[in-house]
Structure formats: C-alpha cells, structure tokens
Design a protein around this ligand. Structure first.
Ligand SMILES: Cc1cc2nc3c(=O)[nH]c(=O)nc-3n(C[C@H](O)[C@H](O)[C@H](O)COP(=O)(O)OP(=O)(O)OC[C@H]3O[C@@H](n4cnc5c(N)ncnc54)[C@H](O)[C@@H]3O)c2cc1C
Length: 371
C-alpha cells in the first residue's frame, strides 16, 4: 500500500495520518470543515490514550497544555468529599492516569504533527463516491476532482458518510441520557475529576483542562433535542445545578452569566459496527465504527488505538490486513462500549447494588494491556 486517503481529520484520522505519513506512505486527509481547531470544549484522556499520543511523538507538547491527575474524587451533593480513589494508570506507570485538555488545543497539536509527517490536508472537502476494482479505489470528491488510492479510511465520526457509502448498517442507539456541558474557568478547588451521584441529576462532574480552564457537566434523562432554545440553555443548566455544593457553587455562579455558546447539550449514544469494518479496500475507524457514552471516557482512546493498530499492520505489509485488524480491535472495543452502556443502564434503573468497582477494575485491567 502506498497511497492512502483518510476521510475526516478528527482524533482518529489525524493519528493515523501521522503514523502512516511518518512510515513513508503518501497520505491525504479530506476534512469537511474549514478548520478543526476551533471546535469543542474539553476532553478527558485516559492513560491508554496518552500512551498512543506518546507513540505519535506529541506527548511533550500535549502534557504542558493539559491538566494531569491520578485520582478520582466522589462527593456528596452538598460537596462533601466521600472518597478519593487512585485512578488506574492504563498507559503504564510513567504516564498519568488521566489528562484533561481543551479539544481545540489537542486538534492543533495533532494537525501540526500531521503536516510534519508529510501528510496533506484538504479542508472544506468531502467524498462524493467510491468505486473499487480490487486493486485500488477511485474516489470522486465534491469539488469535482478525483483520485486513486490503495486504501481509503473512513474516520468521519459517528454520522459517518463513508459508512453510508459502503452500505454498512449500524444502529445508533440513544441510551436514554442527555449531558449538559459548560466550558469555563477552573476554580482553585478543582484539581481532578470529582463525580457526584445521588443529587438531582444522575451525575454531576467536571474535569480540569488547563491551569485556568475546565469543563463541568450534568447528566440527566434525555429530553427531546431542541427542547431548550440555545438562548435558554445557560439558565436551564443553572437550574439543574441547584442543589450541588463545593466547587459547584462557583460553577453555578459562572452559569448565571455564561455565554450561551459555552453551553452544549447532547444525548449519550452507542454504536458498534460488527465485523468486518471494511468493504474491499475501504475501512472504518474511530467513532465511524464504534461510539460509546463517555461514562468511562474511552472514546478518544479507542480512536487512537484503532489508528495505532491499523498503522502498525499497514506498515508491516500484513497480507490479511483487515482480518488481523478486527482480531485486535473488535473484542476490546466491544468491552468498552458494553461497559460504558452498562454504567448508564445501572443509573437509569437506580441499581444501588451494582458492582461498579468490579466492572471498572476489569475494564482497567484489559486496557492496561497494549491492544
Ligand atoms: C458528550 C460527549 C463527551 C465525550 N467526552 C469524551 C471524553 O471525555 N473522553 C474521551 O476519550 N472521549 C469522549 N467522547 C468521545 C470522543 O469525543 C470521540 O470518541 C472522538 O472525538 C471520536 O473521534 P473521531 O476522530 O473518530 O471522530 P470525530 O471527532 O467525530 O471526527 C470526525 C471528523 O470527520 C469530519 N467529517 C465528518 N464528516 C465528514 C465527511 N463527510 N467528509 C470529510 N470529513 C468529515 C468531522 O468534521 C471531524 O473533523 C465524548 C463524546 C461525547 C458525545
């Protein structure tokens, strides 16, 4: 394989482009947006995601931009700290358990590394059609240009256009929960993720993303999308945040005056494409193939691992590329999707006897092993 087209310049597509570009392949990304470094608020990256970022050679740039921590706090709704639990270092003992980061900064670091690896990015562009003859893929782009590739990778997210072009059916399943998020300043007391169960919402939490910033979230039963007008979203999140103490008092004060553009509401959804994720020489990675509610914050890690494993197999010239890719990815991704959904279901069912530590422990053991 020499000429590779990656559709989508998010975390999965960028990571793959860096690895294949550095391996000497001729790599092109097409990204439908005109820029990806202006989008999104914060992200919680777990150790196994950080391990891939280190393999990509960007860890030294990422670490000073983010906010590392090694424990998870549990608080009562009034803010009282109930427990401080050491977080599993799934990336190994020499990486933090977790790093909070601003998404635009992560995107900027990855895109710089894409260019340094010699891969090209074309913004504001997508694919119209794919035609395969066994040896190559002919691609027609929306701007009327065409190209011939040995491998095409759909890394275009949960709504994947490439998945549709391949005719791969995948059910996008809302799990019944919705999440409100605000990107705001970091109160001094916020030095790790603290979760609150048992208040007015299923979960109240936050994650520091830099010395000065963080994002905070409230998870409740899903309501129809669009039920709250954008101009009213800050007031609604402020209302839901009543009844939470500790650092939430400062978050609530920020919500009272927040720019509506800093508030976001979305559903928790799950998706898993069954084997195989390819049709001929076109393969899906990242959220295009699997997505999970962020209850264990493994979405980006699974994307980065997909990119890492696929790049390793491509560069090794693996003859059964897609078979071996599925052997190394599907069960691991399924375990993450299932665990993420299970945690939501236990909350929705009000199960107080659920073995959450047991489930988290099993997942952490699995993810600590390299994929
Ligand atoms: C509410 C919420 C919170 C989350 N929190 C976390 C968290 O804390 N930690 C974590 O690890 N994960 C989290 N995730 C999951 C994580 O964001 C995703 O798993 C990850 O961003 C997926 O990366 P991706 O590159 O596969 O897809 P995306 O990030 O969706 O990127 C796809 C890219 O493809 C582009 N694109 C789309 N369509 C086309 C097209 N037709 N042609 C060309 N380009 C196209 C898009 O513009 C985009 O740049 C969360 C998800 C949600 C919904």
């Amino acid at each position: 394989m020499n000429r590779v087209l990656i559709v989508g310049g998010g975390i999965a597509g960028s990571a793959l482009a860096i690895l294949l570009g550095r391996g000497g392949l001729d790599v092109e990304i097409v990204e439908i947006n005109s820029d990806v470094t202006a989008l999104g608020s914060g992200i919680t990256l777990q150790g196994n995601a950080l391990r891939v970022l280190r393999d990509l050679g960007v860890w030294d740039e990422v670490l000073p931009l983010g906010y590392p921590f090694d424990e998870l706090g549990l608080r009562a709704p009034d803010g009282t700290v109930l427990a401080e639990l050491p977080d599993a270092r799934t990336g190994g003992p020499d990486l933090p358990a977790t790093l909070g980061m601003n998404r635009p900064e992560l995107a900027a670091v990855l895109h710089k590394a894409v260019k340094d690896a010699g891969a090209k990015i074309r913004f504001g562009l997508t694919v119209d059609s794919l035609t395969q003859d066994g040896d190559s893929v002919e691609v027609a782009f929306r701007d009327g240009t065409t190209g011939t590739y040995d491998l095409v990778v759909g890394a275009d997210g949960i709504s994947s256009h490439i998945r549709g072009l391949l005719g791969i059916e995948a059910e996008r399943r809302p799990v019944g929960m919705g999440i409100w998020r605000i990107h705001t300043r970091r109160p001094q007391a916020v030095r790790r993720t603290d979760l609150i169960y048992g208040g007015p919402c299923y979960i109240a939490g936050y994650c520091p993303t830099s010395e000065t910033e963080m994002y905070a979230y409230l998870v409740e039963k899903a309501r129809p999308k669009g039920a709250v007008a954008p101009a009213d979203m800050a007031a609604e999140m402020h209302r839901l945040a009543q009844g939470y103490g500790g650092p939430w008092e400062e978050i609530r004060a920020d919500l009272a005056t927040a720019d509506p553009a800093r508030i976001n509401y979305t559903w928790f959804e799950a998706l898993l494409v069954e084997r195989p994720w390819n049709r001929g020489r076109v393969v899906l990675i990242g959220d295009a193939a699997h997505a999970c509610p962020p209850t264990i914050a493994q979405g980006a890690a699974m994307c980065l691992e997909d990119a890492s494993v696929l790049a390793e197999l491509v560069l090794a010239g693996e003859p059964d590329l897609f078979e071996r890719f599925m052997d190394r990815r599907l069960d691991r991704v399924r375990a993450v999707v299932d665990a993420s959904v299970q945690l939501c279901e236990w909350q929705l069912e009000g199960r107080r006897d659920a073995d959450v530590p047991g489930l988290m422990g099993r997942v952490a053991t699995l993810l600590t092993e390299r994929p």
